[in-house]
Design a protein around this ligand. Structure first.
Ligand code: CA
Length: 217
């Protein structure tokens, strides 16, 4: 899961980045609205955590530009403003959810999971595919009802393929979901994770489409 975090407060940004990284997300952190607007026009994100009050371009303006480009990536707005009018303005501009500062990191993480799940068209928290069940909240994976231990990257890869069930994801798309800017990526990282998933779960779970990518049917 690749998340863009836009927050100009260094302490808060650092805490959010560290907290979300622990849950296995790849986080790109930017500190102003113009940089966020540029990143959102070029990079594919699964969700955005967007502060309202930002230098150079406000969070609301970033959001308006994003929606004007018809991009429907889920956005969670962070704000210190808590009047009814502010909330309505934020939602009317295309935010999918918002949190009022100060907030709990666990709640931020739970709301992000809910946003990503809904944008993938899933209403229930557990995802299922073939003999596999996956719970994004507890990071648990069951094969035929029995728990299986996966590394953080293996879990993220499986999660991405299950959210996209029935669609092929290319190696580049999967790398983008697993790694943030500046992360070291081995050239065959995705192949290695897929290999491990097939071994730990079962071989037929993930289909290779030669020259295109991978899918879970
Ligand atoms: Ca701010």
């Amino acid at each position: 899961m690749r998340i863009l975090l836009v927050e100009d407060d260094a302490l808060l940004g650092d805490a959010i980045q560290a907290g979300l990284k622990q849950t296995g997300y790849a986080i790109d952190w930017l500190r102003d609205g113009v940089a966020a607007d540029q990143a959102l026009s070029t990079e594919p994100y699964d969700a955005v955590v967007l502060d309202w009050g930002l230098p150079r371009l406000s969070g609301i303006e970033v959001l308006q530009r994003l929606r004007a480009r018809r991009m429907d990536v889920p956005v969670l707005l962070l704000t210190a403003r808590d009047t009814i009018d502010d909330r309505i303005e934020g939602l009317d501009c295309g935010a999918d959810d918002y949190l009022i500062k100060p907030f709990d990191l666990g709640e931020l993480s739970a709301r992000l999971r809910a946003l990503v799940r809904r944008s993938g068209g899933n209403a229930t928290p557990w995802l299922t595919a073939g003999e596999i069940e996956l719970d994004p909240a507890s990071h648990r994976v069951n094969h035929q009802g029995r728990p299986v231990e996966l590394s953080a990257k293996e879990f993220s890869l499986l999660h991405a393929l299950m959210l996209a069930q029935g669609r092929v994801l290319s190696r580049a798309q999967l790398e983008e979901k697993l790694y943030a800017w500046g992360d070291e990526v081995e050239s065959n990282a995705v192949e290695v994770h897929v290999h491990h998933l097939r071994r730990k779960l079962y071989a037929e779970l993930i289909t290779t489409i030669r020259g295109v990518g991978y899918l879970i049917r």
